[in-house]
Design a protein around this ligand. Structure first.
Ligand code: RVK
Ligand code: MG
Ligand code: MG
Length: 317
């Protein structure tokens, strides 16, 4: 193996991250929100063939991955066009994001559309939920990761807190690919955020993990949150991934479901981290077999791996 090749984690980890993201998303979605949302997702949550359907989290991750593969980096115009093209109400997009994407599809410039609902931009978790893909693509290029994560978020989520959440999740995913234990994962991740809304939660999560406190789903939700904004979901995902790294992903999803709230997105981000650390082979085969688009997602993971590998090799030349 060449020195450059040895710096890139295995293809299995890239596959694992993308399929883990989709698994968390698809299995978390029916457990999200209040009774009405759960009822709606019982109906929307399956394909006609009976597979678990993924939501906006996975769709936007696929759009971002394909754009990066095509252009070799973040091309915001292409990304906006892909996001707008893929938009479908029944994928469960956030309310602000849905409006923004419909405007872009109608021809409005993304730079205007993304500030049309909230003048400072959205601080929802929609930028962070697709950001594991940035961590995969830029794994061995940390400076580029720090530039790319904000660019990929800003197309729909321009608020500084959304951008910081996206950077945190991208950085944590890159770290997860290197096979850390839970404490190491949270320590590495802490380099990617500075605002108290993230760092205070992250300090708490690290303390819980280090002291082995038996945190219940209810305490998790009241102290770290399970919300639809970046600050109320990203660190929750990091904690869950760190806590369940050496257990099954089913146990992680079950715990998050008991906590409630934005379960699909928390599980999508945590599932990506879990899959990046443990790989595709560690995912439960019976669940992957019932996941919408699993083979395509694995293939996109392979393509991201190949591109990351080539870029790392080129950087060494
Ligand atoms: C249920 C005030 C703001 C804000 C700002 C609040 C789906 C709004 C997806 C907004 C994602 C919400 C999840 C989410 C979110 C954001 N001022 N309030 N500047 N910025 N908010 O609409 O793409 O799951 O209450 O942009 O981030 O799976 O409705 O949606 O998990 O945060 O929704 O922000 O998706 P949006 P999103
Ligand atoms: Mg969703
Ligand atoms: Mg969600």
């Amino acid at each position: 193996m060449t020195p450059s090749a040895s710096r890139i984690p295995t293809q299995d980890r890239y596959r694992g991250a993308l399929v883990g993201l989709a698994l968390g998303d698809a299995l978390g979605a029916p457990r999200e929100g209040g009774p009405l949302e759960r009822l709606l997702w019982r109906w929307l949550g399956f394909t006609p063939g009976g597979l678990h359907r993924f939501t906006d989290d996975t769709q936007m991750s696929v759009d971002l991955a394909l754009s990066l593969i095509r252009h070799g980096g973040v091309d915001q115009d292409d990304l906006a066009a892909r996001f707008a093209d893929s938009y479908r109400w029944d994928r469960g997009y956030g309310p602000g994001a849905a409006k923004v994407l419909k405007q872009i599809r109608a021809g409005r410039a993304w730079q205007d559309a993304c500030l049309s609902v909230y003048p400072a931009g959205s601080f929802g978790n929609g930028g962070a939920m697709r950001s594991p893909v940035i961590g995969l693509f830029f794994h061995s290029r940390p400076d580029e990761l720090l530039r790319a994560a904000p660019l990929a978020s800003q197309v729909t989520h321009a608020h500084p807190l959304a951008v910081e959440g996206a950077t945190l999740v991208a950085g944590a995913t890159a770290a997860a690919l290197d096979g850390p234990d839970g404490s190491q994962l949270l320590e590495q991740a802490s380099r990617f955020c500075a605002s108290p809304a993230f760092s205070t939660r992250l300090d708490k999560a690290r303390h819980w993990l280090q002291t082995g406190q038996p945190i219940s789903p209810q305490v998790l939700r009241s102290e770290l949150d399970m919300g639809i904004t970046a600050t109320t979901s990203c660190v929750t995902s990091l904690y869950l991934a760190a806590r369940f790294l050496d257990r099954s992903i089913d146990a992680l999803i079950g715990f998050a479901s008991d906590a409630g709230g934005d379960v699909d997105t928390v599980c999508a981000m945590a599932g990506a981290l879990w899959g990046a650390r443990n790989g595709f082979a560690a995912l439960p085969g019976h669940l992957v077999a019932r996941l919408e688009g699993a083979a395509r997602l694995a293939d996109i993971g392979d393509q991201l791996h190949a591109k990351a590998h080539a870029a790392a090799a080129a950087a060494l030349r």
